[in-house]
Ligand binder design. Structure first.
Ligand code: UD1
Length: 425
């Protein structure tokens, strides 16, 4: 297991560049399989989930060339409609192959999705959408299999604006005859990015960014070029790092409109922010005011920044309430933060975060964003913090160690050998 040792208390200064968005790259790589020719995708972050998805589509017969954050995908020799079970089990986004292959060949099979353990992650809304388009759904022994003679456009109301279900239904609907209408659709920027790519490929999509999306299916889609949007969660994480420890941090390659809910909260806390066309400049204020946070689907406060924001709130002048409404079990960082000295009381889906002094301890990253939060806490804590299981963090943050040390953080990586893991188990 990989570990970071972080020496806290070092001020951060300089520029950090945000990578392309993981959560846009994954559906867009999947969508490239819908093209009649090769696509060239730029700003694809070099992350384990991305590399795994590239392996999955290669095994299905696509040609993939991935260098310097550019991925070329040629789907012309795609021959399998099923994903490799072992690879697919490791990455939740492999379920986008369901929507894609259903649109492309009317048949799809994948293992039930893996991914971060942040609560019950059902896919009932995806399946409801596929059924409504005319697919037969069969679930057995951990696999999902879809079959459709002919997909027909339909009206689908999502009981919850699920990001993944909206994307998967959009992908499938490109292969359906007539119009598909998704109501109560998710509005996340990553969905807009996917729709922009599908549109240059030749798809007819209206209403993305609103809660009603219309797709006119069965257009011939070409391979195309596309640049992935900057990662708003990575941007937010570095901006929070700047608010916590920044002397003068410039976070560049940010689409400021995508992180308005975060910036608004930081301003309420008294953090001085300067926005320009390419990024955000941030420094830690003398005093941070407490604020309450409630996570919501976009454009509400993102659940993927809840844990990182909680670290900042431990440094506020008063108690703050953090309410999680998107994921039911997304407070696993709380126990770890308490080991660092945080004073947090839980009540159902709310946490009362009281001011506290953080000091170094040994903690474990339980999921991707929780791990990012523990690294931020380590930057602030007195003494040395070790964050174990850093592989989780590297699933979503390209070069996090290099980016933070570039700003002046003191981080050392340790890779435990199998033997030492056994002896310490
Ligand atoms: C995506 C993001 C994830 C983020 C989440 C919410 C990716 C790869 N991941 O995850 O980082 O935290 O959006 O912004 O893009 N739900 C159902 N049934 C379903 C699908 C979802 O009940 O069929 C529920 C989930 O249990 C959860 C909520 O809907 O409570 C949100 O899930 P969803 O928006 O689908 O998240 P993901 O697409 O999995």
């Amino acid at each position: 297991m990989k570990k970071f040792y972080i020496e806290g208390g070092h001020e951060l200064a300089g520029t950090v560049k945000v990578s392309g968005a993981k959560n846009a790259a994954l559906p867009i790589i999947s969508a490239a399989l819908l093209g009649s020719g090769p696509s060239r995708l730029e700003d694809i972050p070099n992350l384990r989930d991305v590399r795994n998805l590239a392996k999955i589509i290669s095994k299905m017969g696509a040609r993939v060339n991935y260098e310097n954050n550019t991925m070329e995908i040629d789907p012309r020799r795609l021959e399998h409609f099923a994903t490799d079970p072992e690879l697919a089990g490791q990455i939740r986004a492999s379920y986008y192959m369901l929507g894609v292959m259903l649109a492309r060949v009317g048949q799809a099979r994948t293992s039930l999705p893996g991914g971060c353990s942040i609560g019950n992650r059902p896919i009932d809304l995806h399946l409801k959408g596929f059924k409504s388009l005319g697919a037969e759904v069969d679930i057995s022994q951990g696999f999902v299999e879809l079959k459709a003679e002919k997909l027909k456009g339909s009206r689908i109301y999502l009981d919850y604006p699920s990001v993944g279900a909206t994307i998967n239904i959009m992908l499938a609907a490109t292969g359906a005859e007539g119009q598909t209408i998704i109501e109560n659709a998710a509005r996340e920027p990553e969905i807009v990015d996917l729709a922009n790519y599908l549109t240059v490929m030749g798809a007819k999509i209206k209403g993305v960014g609103t809660d009603v999306i219309r797709i006119e299916g069965e257009e011939e889609l070409q391979g195309e070029e596309h640049r992935i949007i900057p990662d708003r969660i990575e941007a937010g994480t570095y901006i929070i790092a700047g608010a916590l420890m920044g002397e003068d941090v410039y976070v560049k390659n940010v689409l400021v409109e995508h992180i308005k809910p975060l910036l608004a909260k930081l301003e309420e806390m008294g953090v001085a922010l300067e926005e320009d066309i390419a990024g955000v400049r941030v420094a830690a204020p003398e005093k941070l005011k407490s604020v309450d946070i409630k996570t919501l689907p976009y454009p509400g406060f993102p659940t993927d920044l809840q844990a990182q924001m909680m670290v900042l709130l431990t440094q506020a002048d008063n108690a703050s309430v953090v309410t999680e409404t998107v994921w039911e079990d997304r407070f696993r960082h709380v126990e770890e933060l308490k080991s660092l000295g945080a004073r947090i009381n839980m009540d159902d889906n709310s946490a009362l975060v009281k001011p506290a002094r953080l000091s170094g301890a040994d903690v474990i990253a339980t999921d991707l964003r929780a791990g990012a939060a523990l690294i931020l806490a380590g930057l602030k804590a007195e003494g040395v913090t070790s964050v174990d299981n850093i592989g989780h963090v590297e699933r979503g943050y390209e070069d996090i160690e290099e980016k933070l040390t570039g700003l002046g953080a003191e981080i050392e990586r340790a890779e435990e050998t199998i033997e030492s893991q056994v002896t310490t188990a």
